[in-house]
Design a protein around this ligand. Structure first.
Ligand SMILES: Cc1ncc(COP(=O)(O)O)c(C=O)c1O
Length: 325
């Protein structure tokens, strides 16, 4: 499942995989962790994998500016901004503190409106961050498109990157990442956070039909995110010339651990962060990996998952240091 695609070199791979000895003993399970928090580029995290392909495509298209969108504490914007800086590309991001679906209600403000966490690092690498009033995701996508058009009017060639880098190309980087599991005896369950979908889509695609069950913990409340996984894996079929034809039923995506809403820490996530920090000296981020790890613990307690479990740590650590409201 490996194809030759243009890529730039950004991350350190393979990222480590190791056992969590104290938590394994405490829980009575064989618990392992995949350290994509240690990808080694721009504070680490899952997005560096996607960016190796996305930046290569932007360069191949002779782009001068890359335009994207996300929340103000977006880990993707931070890593994209750093990659753009390395390759002489201007990076423009449309953001909101709290993008949400109005029909689901706007959750209570979580992070301070200051330049801490990811915003501090965005400034350091020179991202042009525009913060718009909180509104729907569709409105945020509109703002990103308006910024892209304004760049074009200014005479610059634009490369548009979807939220979270979730295109089939982004998902392909996680098909490839799954091959880093090969030196290890098969895991029974792999648990990963999921939001824009390409991390989970790539992993689920690579492990489809194997003995490893892939469980995604959604960090967004919208059930339509399942459709994004279907769309992304259809894109992988096209890219790789395969016909896995994964449908909604092919994915195990859990929506029970979102807490107050996307971008807002949950109390279970905060408790999971403290537990992992005190048992293993490892940190989680409040928006994604903390909720996913809380989900893993809850699913294990409920007897839903077991055996050899692998937690895919996707990084996001600057958001742990962002000031809360
Ligand atoms: C730290 C972290 N974990 C997980 C995710 C979710 O990954 P994806 O957007 O590929 O679903 C993101 C991205 O939004 C992230 O920043």
């Amino acid at each position: 499942m490996k194809i030759d695609l243009p890529r730039v070199d950004l991350i350190q791979r393979p990222t480590p995989i190791h056992r969590l000895p104290r938590l394994s003993e405490e829980l009575g399970v064989d618990l392992w962790i995949k350290r994509d928090d240690l990808t080694g580029f721009a504070f680490g995290g899952n997005k560096g994998r996607k960016l190796e392909f996305l930046i290569a495509q932007a360069l191949a298209e002779r782009a001068e500016v890359v335009v994207t969108c996300g929340s103000a504490q977006s880990n993707f914007v931070r890593q994209l901004g750093a990659a753009c800086a390395c390759f002489g590309l201007r990076c423009v991001a449309a953001t909101m503190y709290l993008p949400h679906e109005p029909e689901m209600g706007k959750p209570e403000e979580a992070f301070a409106h200051d330049r801490s966490g990811n915003l501090f690092l965005d400034d350091l690498v020179g991202v042009v961050v525009r913060i718009f009033p909180d509104d729907s995701w569709d409105k945020l996508f509109e703002h990103a498109e308006d910024l892209a058009v304004a760049e074009e009017h200014a005479g610059r060639r634009v490369y548009r990157v979807p939220v979270g880098g979730s295109s089939p190309l982004g998902a392909y980087s996680f098909v490839e990442a799954a091959s880093e599991l090969q030196p290890f005896p098969a895991f029974d369950t792999l648990v990963s956070p999921s939001s824009s979908g390409s991390t989970l889509a790539g992993l689920a695609y690579a492990l489809h039909g194997t003995s490893t069950r892939v469980v995604g913990i959604s960090c967004d409340p919208e059930p339509e995110n399942l459709d994004d996984l279907v769309r992304l894996t259809a894109g992988l079929d096209a890219l790789l010339g395969l016909s896995k034809r994964m449908d909604r039923a092919s994915f195990d995506l859990r929506f029970d651990f979102v807490g107050p809403g996307y971008g807002v820490p949950s109390s279970a996530g905060d408790a999971a962060t403290t537990r992992l920090a005190r048992r293993e000296g490892l940190f989680l981020d409040p928006v994604y990996s903390a909720k996913a790890f809380a989900g893993l613990l809850a699913l294990f307690e409920a007897g839903d998952i077991g055996g050899r479990i692998l937690f895919w740590h996707t990084g996001g650590l600057p958001a742990l240091l962002a000031n809360r409201a």
